[in-house]
Ligand binder design. Sequence first.
Ligand code: NAD
Length: 352
Amino acid sequence: MSRTFSYQGSAAHIVFGEGRSQTAGEWIEKLGCSRALVLSTPHQKADAEGVAARLGPLSAGVFAGAVMHTPVEVTEAAMEVVRRSGADCVVSLGGGSTTGLGKAIAYRTDLPQVVIPTTYAGSEVTSILGQTEGGRKTTVKDARILPEVVIYDAALTTGLPVGLSVTSGLNAMAHAMEALYAQDRNPISSLMAVEGLRAFQSALPAIVATPGDLAVRADGLYGAWLCGTVLGTVGMALHHKICHTLGGTFDTPHAETHAIMLPHTASFNAVAVPELLAPVAEIFGGSVGGGLWDFAKSIGAPMALQHLGLTEADLDRASQIAVENPYWNPRPIDKRSIRELLQHAWEGNRPT
Ligand code: NAD
C-alpha cells in the first residue's frame, strides 16, 4: 500500500447532537454576526419560520424559495432579500437544494453560513456549488462556498419521508464508494468512507422500520457527515459523471438516480480495483455490485432507470455524453461499455 498522500482537514465546524439546532443563535454570534436570513424550500417553510422565531432578534427573516439545482434566478431573488433585510449571514435549513442556495449567496457575498441539514446528501460539508442558468448546469469550487458551521440535529430529520431517506442515503453512499478508489484518496478519507458505508448499512434498514426513532436518524446523519466529507475532499469518477449526465440532460431526480446507478457503477469499477472496493463487499456481503443491489432492494429503493421516465433511446445519448470530457476513472471506459452498463441499470438487473 502506497504511503504517499496529502491531507488537509476541513475548516468547517461540525456540531452534532439531538436538539443542537437550538444553539444556532450562539453560533451566529460566534461568527460575529447578528442578522441571519433563514433559507428553506417552500415545503419546509414552517420549520424555517420556527428556526427564525427561536433566533428572535438574530433573525433577519425567512426566504423559503429554494429549489433543486440552484437556478440563478432564485439566487438573484434571494440576494435581493439579503440586501433589503441587511442580513449578515444565512442559516440554511434543509437538504442539498437549500444548502445550494446558501452556498450560492456565500459565493457572491462571502456571508458566513450555518447549515442545519435535513437530508443525507452531504452538500453542507463541501466547497462545491452546482448552479443552473438557462437550463445549463455549471459547477464551481471555492473556499467561500464551504459552510462555516454545520449543525446535525436528528430531531429535524424524523419527518424526512422513508422513500427520500432511502434514496438520499444511497446518494451519500455513492460518495463513499467513489472515494475508496479516488486518485487523491488519503488514509483519513478512506477511513471515513468505510465508516460512512457501515453507518448507512445499519441505519437505513432501521430508518425504514422505525423512521421516528431519533437514535437511528442520528446514525443516518453520522453517515451523511462522513460521506459528504469525503465528497468534499477527494475527486469523484464514473458514477458521479453518469449521474450528472442523467440529471443534467434528462432531468432525472438527483437522489433516485444515484440510488439506481450505485450497484452498477460499483460493479463496473470493482473489476479494476477489487482490493480497494473489498470493504464494500465485506460490509454488504457477497460481490460489490450484487451486495449493494441486494441491500438497495431490501430497503425498498427504486431499482430501474426506466421508472424515472428515461427511454432506451435516451441511453444512447447518455452514454455518448458520459464519455465526452470523462472524469478520471479506475477502469477505462468507452461508449459501448457505458451503454451496456446503462442498459442493465435501465432494466434494473442485478449486477454480478
Ligand atoms: P432536496 O434538498 O431537494 O430535498 C428534497 C425535498 O425534501 C425538498 O422538498 C425538501 O424540502 C424536502 N425535505 C428535506 N428534508 C426534509 C425533512 N427532514 N422532512 C421533510 N421534508 C424534507 O434534496 P437533496 O437530495 O438533499 O439535494 C439535492 C440537491 O443537492 C441537488 O441539486 C444536488 O445537485 C445537490 N447536491 C450538491 C452537493 C454539493 O456538494 N454541491 C452534494 C450533494 C447534493
